[in-house]
Design a protein around this ligand. Structure first.
Ligand code: ADP
Ligand code: MG
Length: 397
């Protein structure tokens, strides 16, 4: 059970509720190219409106170094208004909490919605400075955090603000993320299998280490597998290799043995003579990768091996594609793992930005129990780190 206060625990009627959303949407030439994140925020916003809250929304957008109209949230206000079929007042203050915001908020009636300007227009935002945290809090009685994707960063709008409001809670999106990821990692129904892949061992050092404490089986594929194959004494040709992580990989193989965790590595590999979809490629045993060839996907025997290990699992967490899935010739390993996960009875959870993109692009999105919306945040969760944005929200009484 989640021990954080949620929007269902709040009494918001007549109160000003500041909601930190993730409206970090892709924008091209002033037009939003995907409104998925705005759609994702609707359940919490609608609930607060229905309960008579005065809903003040905030978010960051991109990484502007200073106030820059190209990073304004104005297009989000417009799109959100269409989706809610309701006026969303946009407070266009360069200081985020300025005259426009104060005036708009003081004129609010129950159920009204105001959107503040990009929180990154204030330099202190990313430094968790007190002045901006207080400014944000001054608009509201209650703070709701629904921006999981930003919860691994201690910023004014995710952490600082909670110190200066009377009450705080998590929104539905955030609740779903921490329930799924939390249950999977900390309270898994067994057998519990984790699959790790992606480009580099060095990106996932703490993920590997933490998951080895928890899982029954750890599967390693993708670019990071070659550093493990090297640690086993194999040559890896021109495959991705982090020479300075070979020793670490050895340690992790030792740790798996010590913990009784079954560790699976690719037994065969698709190798290519260039990093391109338009190349010569073939499948070889993982111990026989020659110079001039690079591993770009797991081979067919490995696909079967991994799928068999996933088949009987009750909980599966996956982070990191099994190969260069962006190239059609090398997406078969990633498809095979996605298919195996889609077929299980138990819980299937995807973390990581590229992994989520791969699962969606390959058409498996609706077959998974949960696809995390927070790339970096989900990785830190898998590392066992307490996310500052989650920690800052009040516990349930
Ligand atoms: P996530 O964002 O889900 O954490 P990563 O960023 O770690 O995942 O890894 C994704 C990238 O790894 C993809 O762009 C994919 O092409 C790359 N990748 C996977 N396997 C290989 C490989 N064998 N060689 C090179 N790159 C690979
Ligand atoms: Mg990535």
């Amino acid at each position: 059970m989640l021990n954080k206060k949620t929007v269902d625990d709040l009494k918001v009627s007549g109160k000003n509720v500041l909601v930190r959303c993730d409206f970090n949407v892709p924008i091209q030439d002033g037009a939003i190219t995907s409104d998925a994140r705005i759609v994702g925020a609707l359940p919490t916003i609608k609930k607060l409106i229905a309960d008579g809250g005065r809903v003040i929304l905030c978010s960051h957008l991109g990484q502007p170094k200073e106030v820059d109209p190209a990073f304004s949230l104005a297009p989000v206000a417009k799109r959100l208004g269409e989706l809610l079929d309701k006026l969303v007042v946009f407070a266009a203050d360069d200081t985020v909490v300025g005259d426009n915001a104060r005036q708009a908020v003081s004129g609010m009636k129950d159920g009204d919605v105001v959107l503040l300007e990009n929180t990154r227009f204030r330099k202190e935002e990313t430094k968790n400075g007190e002045a901006f945290s207080k400014d944000l809090a001054s608009l509201a009685d209650i703070y709701v955090d629904d921006a999981f994707g930003s919860s691994h960063r201690a910023h004014c709008s995710t952490v600082g603000v909670t110190q200066f409001v009377k009450e705080s809670a998590v929104g539905y999106l955030m609740q779903k993320e921490i329930e799924y990821l939390g249950n999977a990692v900390n309270n898994p129904v067994r057998p519990f299998v984790a699959i790790l892949g992606g480009a580099k061992v060095s990106d996932k050092i703490n993920v590997i280490n933490n998951l080895l404490e928890k899982v029954d089986t750890l599967i390693i594929g993708g670019g990071m597998a070659y550093t493990f194959l090297k640690a086993m004494g194999h040559g890896v040709g021109d495959s991705l290799l982090e020479a300075d992580k070979v020793e670490y990989s050895k340690q992790m193989m030792g740790k798996a043995k010590e913990k009784g965790v079954k560790l699976l590595l690719p037994i065969d590999t698709v190798v290519s003579d260039k990093f391109s979809n338009d190349s010569n490629f073939k499948t070889v045993e993982s111990s026989k990768i020659e110079d001039g060839w690079m591993g770009v996907d797991i081979g067919e025997k490995t696909r079967e091996l991994f799928a068999a290990a996933i088949k009987d699992a009750k909980t599966v967490i996956w982070n990191g594609p099994m190969g260069v899935f962006e190239m059609e010739n090398f997406n078969k390993g990633t498809i095979a793992v996605a298919q195996a996960m889609a077929d299980i009875d138990g819980m299937s959870v995807i973390g990581g930005g590229d992994s989520a993109a791969a699962v969606i692009q390959l058409g498996f999105a609706d077959k998974m129990s949960h696809i995390s919306t927070g790339g970096g945040a989900s990785l830190e969760f898998l590392e066992g780190i307490v996310l500052p944005g989650v920690a800052a929200v009040e516990d349930r009484a």
